[in-house]
Write a protein that binds this ligand. Structure first.
Ligand SMILES: CC(C)(COP(=O)(O)OP(=O)(O)OC[C@H]1O[C@@H](n2cnc3c(N)ncnc32)[C@H](O)[C@@H]1OP(=O)(O)O)[C@@H](O)C(=O)NCCC(=O)NCCS
Length: 170
C-alpha cells in the first residue's frame, strides 16, 4: 500500500470509497463537486495495482487548527491497518504544516482515541469552523441530519504539541 496526495484523476475513486461506505451512518458522503473543490485536502491509499482503496481529508481551518474528515476504507479491506496509515499520515502532514491542534467529529470516538483524540465541547471550536461544518451537514441527505442535530457526534481534539512530547517520552 502507498499513501499520497490525491490528484484530480482520483476524484471519482474517492467518491467510490465514500459510496462503498454509504450505509455506515458515521461517514458523511462527499459528493464529486465537493471532493473536487477540496481535492488538496485529500490523501489516498493505493493498492499494489494503483487502485484507490481508502482516503482521508485534512482541512486547514487556520494557522494552528485543522480538521480530519472523510476517513474511509473500502469495506472489504477494513481492519487491516489502512485507517491507521491514514491517521498517521494526516497527523504527520499537520505537524509538517505547523498545525498544533486537530479536531474531528465522529460517532466512533473509541477508534479515534487510539490516535490521542479526546472529546471536547463542540462549542470550544471557532464559530467560523462550526458554521462551515453546519453548511456541510445540510448538503447531506436528510436522514444524515438527524444524528447531527440530536448531537450524536462526538467532537474530538488532539493537541499535537502534547502528543509529540508524549510520543518522544514513550
Ligand atoms: C473507521 C475506519 C476508517 C477504520 O479503518 P480500518 O482500516 O478499518 O482500521 P484499522 O485496520 O487501522 O484499525 C482496526 C482496529 O480499529 C478497531 N476499530 C475499528 N472500528 C472501530 C470502532 N468503531 N470503534 C473502536 N475501534 C474500532 C478494530 O477493532 C481494530 O482493532 P485492533 O487493531 O485492536 O484489532 C474504517 O473502518 C472505515 O472506513 N469505516 C467506515 C467509514 C467511517 O466510519 N469512517 C469514520 C468516519 S468519522
Amino acid at each position: 500500500m502507498t499513501i499520497e496526495p490525491a490528484t484530480v484523476n482520483d476524484t471519482q475513486a474517492i467518491v467510490s470509497v465514500f459510496i462503498a461506505n454509504q450505509y455506515d451512518p458515521g461517514l458523511f458522503q462527499e459528493h464529486e463537486a465537493e471532493v473536487k473543490r477540496n481535492l488538496r485536502d485529500f490523501l489516498v491509499v493505493r493498492d499494489a495495482n494503483g487502485k484507490v482503496v481508502a482516503c482521508a481529508g485534512l482541512h486547514r481551518d487556520s494557522a494552528e487548527l485543522a480538521e480530519i474528515y472523510g476517513v474511509a476504507v473500502l469495506p472489504e479491506l477494513q481492519g487491516q491497518g489502512i485507517g491507521a496509515i491514514l491517521m498517521r499520515k494526516c497527523t504527520e502532514q499537520a505537524v509538517a504544516g505547523q498545525v498544533t491542534h486537530l479536531w474531528l467529529a465522529t460517532i466512533k470516538p473509541e477508534y479515534f482515541r487510539r490516535y490521542s483524540f479526546r472529546p471536547i465541547s463542540r462549542w470550544s471550536l471557532p464559530t467560523s469552523v462550526l458554521l462551515r461544518k453546519l453548511r456541510q451537514v445540510f448538503q447531506q441527505p436528510v436522514q444524515r441530519w438527524v444524528p447531527v442535530l440530536l448531537g450524536r457526534h462526538t467532537f474530538m481534539h488532539c493537541n499535537l504539541v502534547e502528543k509529540q512530547r508524549d510520543d518522544a517520552g514513550a
